[in-house]
Design a protein around this ligand. Structure first.
Ligand SMILES: Cc1cc2nc3c(=O)[nH]c(=O)nc-3n(C[C@H](O)[C@H](O)[C@H](O)COP(=O)(O)O)c2cc1C
Length: 171
């Protein structure tokens, strides 16, 4: 199988991988950056850490590559408009025109009403192909009471908070 076929097959496979939608936010000290991202995962609880994968062409990349700390803001269903704003619809500081954006004591921009805002000190980076993987050592977390995540699946936004039917009920 050639690389083009593999790439197409991978994209088809990824359509089946449901991911919560986040906005990665960061600052270089003078400018703020925000980018919708699903390539985000927990890394370890010892120490509490996570990882993000950022395209080298994306606007926050230079600040992150220079070592900026960042926040992973897990979005709620009602924040679909923010995901849209932060995935290319508008650029730069204008992305902060909507949403309850705050700044942490460390100077990291975060979304005050995210499902969860996970503030991280950058603790490593690894270049791979078109992307860089950044490791975040978790500093502080703000979490909302409800769980209504915005989910990206099969190329569109959806949500899920309902448990799967029990095996017993399914017979
Ligand atoms: C649902 C969704 C998930 C995305 N996930 C990622 C991601 O994990 N990493 C990434 O680099 N770009 C991701 N993107 C693309 C960036 O949001 C988008 O390319 C970027 O904001 C545009 O670049 P700019 O910031 O330079 O305008 C995603 C876009 C969408 C709509």
């Amino acid at each position: 199988m050639n690389d083009n076929n593999l790439k197409a097959d991978m994209l088809q496979a990824m359509r089946r991988l449901a991911k919560s939608v986040t906005i990665i936010s960061t600052s270089n000290g003078t400018e703020r950056f925000a980018m919708a991202a699903t390539a985000v995962d927990s890394l370890s609880t010892e120490p509490p850490s996570l990882l993000i994968c950022v395209n080298k062409t994306a606007s926050p990349h230079a600040a992150l590559e220079a070592g900026a700390d960042f926040c992973v803001n897990i979005l709620g269903l009602e924040q679909q408009d923010l995901a849209h704003l932060c995935s290319g619809a508008i650029k730069g500081e204008a992305r902060f025109g909507r949403g309850n954006w705050l700044t942490s004591a460390e100077g990291i921009p975060y979304l005050g009403d995210a499902q969860s805002a996970i503030l991280c000190r950058q603790d490593g980076q690894f270049s791979y192909g078109t992307h860089t993987v950044f490791i975040g050592r978790i500093l502080q977390i703000h979490t909302s009471a409800t769980i209504t995540p915005l989910v990206y699946l099969d190329g569109h936004y959806t949500t899920t908070a309902a448990p799967a039917p029990s095996l017993a009920a399914a017979g």
